[in-house]
Ligand binder design. Structure first.
Ligand SMILES: Nc1nc2c(c(=O)[nH]1)N[C@H]1C(S)=C(S)[C@@H](COP(=O)(O)OP(=O)(O)OC[C@H]3O[C@@H](n4cnc5c(=O)[nH]c(N)nc54)[C@H](O)[C@@H]3O)O[C@H]1N2
Ligand SMILES: Nc1nc2c(c(=O)[nH]1)N[C@H]1C(S)=C(S)[C@@H](COP(=O)(O)OP(=O)(O)OC[C@H]3O[C@@H](n4cnc5c(=O)[nH]c(N)nc54)[C@H](O)[C@@H]3O)O[C@H]1N2
Ligand SMILES: [Mo]
Length: 795
């Protein structure tokens, strides 16, 4: 008999149809106006051959082989063990590392998106477990927006993510704005996503409403497709990594023509004069005029002048997306976009001014904020050490080294044990060959995964985890006004368990089970978090009791209403009464604080710095194409790359790469061919799409194809599948944010004639049957990595 069960994911809400315990299909919810096709494609992945079915331990690790840089992890076979053995190995190894090297030797930064669900939140569970066990080295900021998160509090004050509530919502834009200038565009493919879940995808409809209201869109981006066709945008192809120069050229134009909003700059900002001295060239002898900007950006000087005029004479809104700051000196375009909006006279006017991240999620610009929803209670981490999130390979390679970070000096800790849960570093990190070298250094890598993706294959101990379809929970997205019940759709595959159940078993072995579980069952926790939410919201929401909620599947939360602290409207109205939380209380066009750090790669005011890699760099002689590794339309990062929708997007099994027909013709490349994309860091195969929507000089290859190295562990080895992070540079944006700069990478593309190797990304590693393991230390025996823990015979 068929059952219909609600499903919540980061890409929307669906209904699973289950027959006798078997997942038959996943359907869109009828009330979602723009459901994502990623959902239905989850079905085939649920039981594919890549599922991790039993706990597994790398053979070399079990045999106590010493750390061998350049080998072992990533190419070794795995021995399947019992849960009891796995729990023994992990708990003993945590004990050993803590005792011998201290708690900071355990890395629990474990960046990653995991799955929707308030209780089964992988990060929340891991951090709670590791903190109760003595602590761990954590990480700061995100791969999404590290540069923005560090720079914005200096410039506009407030929490790094407070811009979400401070920028104009789409409704206000439709009602008030005439001109939207979008650096990096407004890619609707990205608005399939909302972290934590959502019920109704609304961005498309809101964008259409803006268009119908007469809003003009300007898309400043290397891809025409970054703004949907119906928005009828003017496309200004820009040389990637040069947005700051384009903005400076417009700012100079405003200044010399007296078009800038002097009153707002004087009352509500600080440091404009010092910045103006940079613009005019008084400081460095270089006038940042439109002609200067045109040479750098490839956008005509007359076009920039005209746009500067329109920005100051129309009710305008300047947007930057996140990709624009995921590059070398990524702080600058964010800072400069705020300054340009301040100069344009639009900041603090309804529906106008400045904003960031529109259409990067279905939350930005859709709703400001949402009511409180309870989550797994955090435990304070007793270890103060942390690393900037994207400095993981640096930390492994250079322990003890001191780096700058936002005015501080950080000593990189020595990491001996990596615990990853809910993220895929072999998807998200840059320069995967460098990461591979770094990854061989720690004693032990523990990973919870549902599938044998690259990170699982590069681990020592892999614990099979239940997917979001295989556990009870409830979801609430970022600023989405719903709570969504997520009852278990089916039983976990094989022997997999939830992250919580794994940590509870480890906590029991390590002696703090009661502190970890608070003596609640999993469904007890779900009920508890829901009831906490209900109590906290009280009369305002009048949520039904848990049992009714569980049956009804979705409840709506009250909308939260502004004004939000740090609003630009209040600042414009009365800067004395409504100061920002910056040192000056105003928008900092010049930041004394940043200036005092004395960094050579981030000055006291926004500035043009040449990126290390861009189309005008010397390196472009050898690698004349700029790689845009943007977010995939067909999945969320690497998640469900093995799902039907993502697999359907591949070309002869490879990730599609899109290039301009002129670049293809010059290389003898035709549509549908397999090509090799390469630079000095690595190479990968991809399947070609030709399109005029990609500007000449640019190749677009989305992230997320599971890395498929021909010879894992061998530096520079070919990737058969098309993961752009074999090509990107592991270079910090600057000493200020230490953020990732994935978008600053040069490559070339050539035809791959000759035989095309099979993609093995979705094949499990070689699994050694447990019978071959001839010795296993009984529970409670101290283990020592140098003495070996067990012996596994045979090939
Ligand atoms: N070149 C380049 N690189 C980039 C970017 C780019 O633009 N260009 N973008 C960056 C950005 S913005 C981001 S956010 C990152 C994303 O990087 P990640 O967040 O690391 O990517 P995901 O593929 O979402 O990884 C989530 C992993 O967790 C697993 N998982 C899901 N649910 C659970 C669970 O409940 N428990 C456990 N244990 N595991 C679970 C999934 O199977 C998957 O392997 O990538 C970054 N990398
Ligand atoms: N379908 C889908 N949606 C997603 C995600 C996903 O994995 N899949 N990931 C989510 C996450 S974690 C995040 S952080 C957001 C990310 O949101 P973004 O970072 O905004 O998204 P991207 O797709 O990486 O980039 C959008 C566009 O920016 C343009 N761009 C790149 N470099 C430059 C540049 O130097 N200058 C200019 N002007 N434009 C440039 C590219 O043409 C690219 O298509 O997306 C979220 N949405
Ligand atoms: Mo992200």
């Amino acid at each position: 008999m068929e059952r219909r069960v609600p499903v919540a994911t980061h890409w929307g809400s669906f209904v699973a149809v289950v027959d006798s315990g078997r997942l038959v299909r996943i359907e869109p919810r009828p009330d979602d106006p723009a459901p994502s096709p990623i959902g239905p494609g989850m079905v085939t992945a649920a039981d594919d051959s890549a599922r991790v079915l039993r706990p597994a331990v790398r053979r070399g690790w079990l045999n106590g082989e010493p750390r061998t840089p350049g080998a072992a992890r990533g190419s070794d076979a795995f021995v399947e063990v019992s849960w009891d053995q796995a729990i023994t190995l992990v708990s003993e190894e945590l004990r050993r590392v803590r005792a011998q090297h201290g708690n900071s030797a355990v890395f629990g930064g474990s960046y990653g998106w995991a799955s929707a669900g308030r209780f089964h939140n992988a990060q929340g569970q891991l951090h709670r477990f590791l903190a109760l066990d003595g602590g761990y080295t954590g990480s700061r900021n995100t791969y999404s927006t590290a540069a923005l998160e560090v720079i914005l509090p200096h410039v506009i004050g407030g929490h790094p993510w407070s811009h979400q509530s401070r920028m104009p919502m789409w409704d206000a834009i439709a009602g008030n704005c005439e001109l939207v200038v979008a650096f990096g565009g407004l890619a609707l493919k990205n608005s399939q996503i909302n972290p934590g879940g959502l019920v109704k995808h609304r961005t498309q409809e809101l964008l259409r409403r803006c268009r119908a209201a007469g809003v003009r869109f300007v898309n400043i981006s290397p891809l025409r497709s970054d703004v949907a066709g119906f928005a009828d945008a003017e496309w200004l192809p820009v040389i990637p990594g040069t947005d700051t120069a384009a903005m400076l050229g417009m700012a100079h134009t405003m200044l010399v023509n007296g078009w800038h909003d002097e009153d707002f700059l004087r009352r509500c900002c600080t440091g404009f004069d010092r910045f103006a001295a940079y613009l005019t060239g008084e400081l460095d002898g270089v006038r940042k005029d439109a002609a200067w900007a045109a040479k750098i950006t490839g956008i005509g000087a007359d076009v920039l002048v005209d746009l500067a005029r329109r920005l100051t004479t129309r009710r305008s809104l300047i947007m930057v997306n996140y990709a624009v700051q995921r590059g070398d000196h990524g702080e600058q375009p964010v800072w400069m976009s705020v300054v340009l909006a301040a100069m344009a006279g639009s900041l603090g006017r309804p529906g106008c001014g400045w904003g960031t991240g529109y259409a990067t999620m279905d939350a930005t610009g859709v709703a400001e904020d949402r009511a409180f929803v309870a989550s797994v209670p955090a435990v304070a981490n007793p270890v103060p050490d942390f690393i900037p999130v994207a400095r993981i390979a640096d930390t492994l390679l250079h322990p003890g080294e001191v780096i700058d970070y936002d005015g501080r000096r950080l000593t990189l800790p020595e990491l001996r044990l990596i615990y990853w849960c809910g993220g895929n570093p072999f998807h998200h990190h840059q320069d995967l060959h460098r990461l591979t070298r770094a990854w061989q250094l720690p004693d032990t890598v523990v990973v919870h995964e549902a599938w044998w993706n690259t990170t699982a294959k590069f681990a020592d101990i892999v614990l099979p985890v239940a997917t979001s379809l295989e556990r009870d929970d409830f979801a609430a997205g970022f600023s989405d006004p719903h709570l969504i019940a997520m009852p278990k759709v089916r039983e976990p595959a094989g022997e997999s368990r939830t992250d919580h159940a794994i940590f509870a078993a480890l906590a029991a072995r390590l002696g703090f089970e009661r502190e970890f579980t608070e003596s609640r069952s999993e469904i007890g926790w779900v009920r508890h978090l829901y009831e906490q939410t209900r109590e906290k919201l009280g009369e305002a929401a009048a949520l039904p009791g848990f049992d009714d909620f569980w049956r009804s599947s979705t409840v709506e939360l009250p909308a939260s209403t502004g004004p939000y602290p740090g609003s630009f409207e209040s600042l414009r109205a009365d800067p004395q009464r409504f100061p920002l939380t910056t040192p000056s209380g105003r928008i900092e066009i010049f930041s004394e604080e940043i200036d005092s750090f004395g960094y050579d790669d981030c000055a006291g005011h926004p500035k043009w710095f040449e990126p290390a890699e861009w189309l005008r760099a010397g390196l472009s002689d050898r690698f004349p194409l700029h790689l845009i590794s943007n977010q995939p339309a067909s999945r969320l990062h690497s998640q469900y790359d093995n799902g039907g929708h993502s697999l359907g997007s591949k070309i002869r099994g490879r990730e599609p790469a899109t290039i301009n027909p002129s670049d293809a013709a010059a290389r003898g490349i035709e549509s549908g061919m397999i090509v090799r994309v390469y630079n000095d860091r690595g190479s990968c195969l991809a399947g070609v799409i030709l399109s005029d929507d990609v500007m000449p000089g640019v190749v677009q290859l989305s992230t997320g194809a599971w890395w498929d190295p021909v010879e894992p562990g061998q530096s520079g080895t070919l990737d058969r599948h098309g993961n752009p992070n074999v090509l990107t540079a592991d270079r910090p944006c600057s000493r200020l944010s230490q953020g990732p700069s994935a978008l600053s990478a040069l490559v070339d593309v050539e035809r791959h004639d000759g035989p095309v190797p099979d993609v093995l990304a979705f094949a499990p590693p070689r699994l050694v049957p447990p019978e071959r393991m001839i010795q296993f230390p009984p529970s409670g025996t101290p283990l020592d990595i140098r003495q070996g823990r067990a012996y596994v015979a045979g090939p």
